[in-house]
Design a protein around this ligand. Structure first.
Ligand code: ADP
Ligand code: MG
Length: 244
């Protein structure tokens, strides 16, 4: 697959090509002309409107906007949890527009890690079990070791056997981050990652994101927290579903 001609100016790359990011690297995740509408109460809600968005390896992008501006929808469309009504999506340079459900699940598992709003940990499982959960159906025996290593790296090496009720908000978020990294994704997608945390704890999570980016994994965080934008390489704004 070849990238677009840099001399092409504003011309949109043809379908199947991969736009170069500013660094020249192939984007880990990309939306082209993505519109998402929902039918709701007899009317149509435009949640995303002709969004073009690309993220380079190791880049930390904050997506800000008020409540209802389309942030969660954008994250779900980026991570293949929701389908666009129009437009194309690429993961690791691969056009994923026409994939079957099964192919999409595979692509998502390999390329994307999700940090959901409000942690989404299983309350009856330990930290270690929560982190290995995404590997449940194709265990290679190394998942436990990798989960221990990830929990160690996020400072929870001594909390492996703790269930979420014995962890603070910041610690739960660290477990959620370790879980998102278990399958070695190219990009981590986080929905309001500091939303439930005080400023000091939020800061430690954002420092964690910077370390993750330094290791070459991109982070996209949708948020209305200004603190996130201080740590991001780049901030884009959603206004009524359109990217500014
Ligand atoms: P944000 O995360 O920025 O608060 P969302 O992406 O959740 O915004 O929502 C964007 C818009 O799309 C809102 O108007 C919301 O009501 C609407 N929306 C989101 N999901 C659905 C859905 N499943 N059905 C109908 N409307 C939805
Ligand atoms: Mg939201």
């Amino acid at each position: 697959m070849t990238g677009p001609d840099p001399a092409d100016g504003a011309a949109r790359p043809e379908r199947g090509a991969t736009a170069a990011t500013a660094s020249g690297a192939r984007p880990v995740v990309e939306l082209r002309g993505v519109t998402k509408t929902y039918e709701s109460g007899g009317g149509t809600v435009v949640a995303l409107s002709e969004v073009d968005f690309a993220v380079a390896p190791g880049e930390f992008v904050a997506v800000v906007g008020p409540s209802g501006s389309g942030k969660s929808t954008m994250l779900n469309v980026l991570g293949l949890l929701d389908a666009p009504s129009e437009g194309d999506r690429y993961l690791a340079g691969r056009d994923v527009t026409g994939l079957t459900d099964a192919e999409r699940t595979d692509a998502r598992k390999d390329a994307v890690g999700f940090v959901f709003q409000d942690y989404h940990l299983i309350p009856t499982l330990t930290a270690l079990e929560n982190v290995t959960l995404p590997t449940l159906f194709d265990r290679d025996g190394a998942a436990d070791d990798r989960a221990r290593d990830l929990l160690d790296r996020v400072g929870l090496g001594d909390r492996l056997d703790h269930t979420p009720d014995r962890l603070s908000g910041g610690q739960k978020q660290r477990v959620a981050i370790a879980r998102a990294l278990i399958n070695r994704p190219g990009v981590l997608l986080a929905d309001e990652p500091t939303g439930n945390l005080d400023r000091a704890t939020g800061t430690t999570i954002l420092e964690e994101f910077r370390r993750i980016c330094a290791a070459g994994v991109a982070v996209v965080a949708v948020t209305h927290d200004d603190l996130v934008t201080e740590y991001a390489d780049r901030t884009v704004e959603l206004v009524d579903g359109a990217l500014r």
